[in-house]
Write a protein that binds this ligand. Structure first.
Ligand code: GTR
Length: 446
């Protein structure tokens, strides 16, 4: 049994199917969970909502109409039914200051530069704050482009680097070296295989990362902490949040990612107009929604983001809407629960989320054994976004539009997909392709 797979799943329900897997002798990465389908022949026939047709039936055939009419309509459908609505600007916490905590001209054996800064939201509140870790190329003379992505258990998990600050907030207990929801030194570098820091910096990019729990702890605790605790009361209701379209964790993390991106304007070494949102799994769902709502991101990379991320919901393959809402009730807004077992009634599907990134570079990647995230459904979202990219003369047609074999990639220009052989993870295989893609499509200013 694979420890990484085990860590993905923290609930009693998951433990029951793990026990079932042990009894039946299946490997976790390939077996179907009791209430999920991983048989392609059992995918129901479905019709995707037309990405280029408005709710009143108007056909959209220009980039200008896409931007003025259909794009805002789709954004609103996702806000109202899935990710939830950001509170009014006046209620949101404002960045008070960005304080540099530490800088080193030589880190990781002298290969890169390191910097850590803290985003303070409110001068009167000690917390929450967000600690941001930056690794930079050693030799860069002008501002560099960057990959910006959250980590799951703290910045110290990215590299075994004793100078990285440990989070002093709640972290999930399943992380290596976490005791009583607090990270210890034993957690340093525990996720280093997921971050190709040296390759990223060698090839002229910065890596910027922060712990998602600094924005909102990843647990169903009623939105009482993280940045939710800083929200001013609603002027109309006096209460904290609206009901159906409440600002749930993925949307809150996405707002946090934008906030970090904006703060990069204060870091002269980084070109803040060339920041690519990156994320794995739940944080890949976050990167997609961040890129959709914030056109300041220069591109998006979704790694194994699955249900609620790149995978089409209507395929009902792997993780389904009901399972994700049951196991992670805090990720999506309350109204999304109305679609449990009723995916075909959703007014949106995830190809429309991919389309919201257009015309910017979008890379969606899957892993061949990660059936829970529905690799084919992730590919089909990219394909479903194509009509919108074509309005901007971008296409996916270098080798047709067929799903690929493990180890292969498909796409050209601003759209790319690959299917890495193996399980749910981020590896060197993925990063080498992401860096190549960004080198081709995201240029820093001279
Ligand atoms: C799983 C969840 C997925 C994915 C993953 C992760 O348990 O079912 O949707 O987000 O966690 O984030 O690692």
């Amino acid at each position: 049994m694979d420890a990484g797979e085990l860590r993905r799943n923290g609930t009693a329900r998951h433990l029951s199917w793990i026990a079932w897997g042990i009894i039946s002798g299946c490997s976790l990465s390939t077996m179907a969970k009791p209430d999920s389908n991983t048989d392609e022949s059992k995918v129901p026939s479905y019709e995707l909502p037309a990405v280029l047709e408005t709710l009143d039936g108007t056909k959209i055939d220009t980039a200008a109409d896409w931007e003025a009419i259909r794009r805002p309509e789709i954004l609103e459908l996702f806000r109202a039914n899935m990710y939830g609505r950001k509170p009014a600007e006046a209620r949101l916490p404002k960045v008070d200051r960005v304080g540099i905590l530490e800088q080193a001209t030589e880190a990781l054996g002298g290969q890169v530069r390191r910097m850590q800064f803290r985003i303070h939201f409110d001068s009167s509140a000690a917390r929450p704050y967000v600690d941001v870790l930056v690794y930079l190329p050693k030799e860069a003379q002008s501002p560099v482009p960057a990959f910006l992505g959250y980590n799951f258990h703290g910045n110290q998990t990215v590299r075994d680097d004793k100078d990285i600050l440990l989070p002093d907030t709640w972290v999930p207990s399943r992380g290596t070296g976490v005791i009583n929801n607090r990270p210890t030194d034993a957690s340093r570098g525990s996720r280093s295989s997921r971050w190709e820091v040296e390759s990223i910096c060698d090839r002229g990019f910065a890596l910027v990362t922060a712990y998602c729990g600094d924005i909102d702890p990843d647990t169903d605790d009623g939105f009482k902490n993280g940045v939710h605790a800083l929200l001013a009361p609603d002027a109309d209701t006096g209460g904290p949040e609206s009901d159906g379209d409440n600002w749930a964790s993925i949307a809150t993390w996405a707002w946090g990612l934008s906030t970090i991106r904006e703060c990069l304007a204060e870091i002269p070494e980084i070109d803040e107009t060339c920041v690519v949102a990156f994320g794995h799994s739940r944080l890949g769902k976050t990167a997609l929604w961040a890129g959709a709502i914030d056109q300041g991101f220069a591109g998006v990379i979704s790694n194994n983001s699955g249900c609620g991320g790149a995978a089409l919901s209507r395929r009902e393959f792997g993780e389904r809407v009901e399972a994700i809402n049951r196991n992670f009730p805090h990720w999506f807004c309350n109204r999304f629960k109305e679609f449990n077992g009723r995916e075909s009634e959703l007014p949106i599907d995830q190809h429309m989320l991919a389309a919201l990134i257009a015309p910017r570079p979008l890379y969606i990647a899957s892993a061949s054994e990660d059936l829970w995230a529905d690799p084919r459904g992730e590919f089909l979202s990219l394909k479903g976004a194509l009509p919108v990219y074509q309005l901007y003369d971008q296409s996916l047609t270098d080798r047709g539009l067929e799903f690929v074999e493990p180890g292969e990639s498909v796409g050209q220009g601003h759209l790319r997909y690959h299917l890495r052989p193996g399980k749910h993870d981020v590896t060197d295989f993925d990063w080498q392709r992401y860096i190549n893609f960004a080198r081709m499509n995201v240029q820093a200013k001279e």
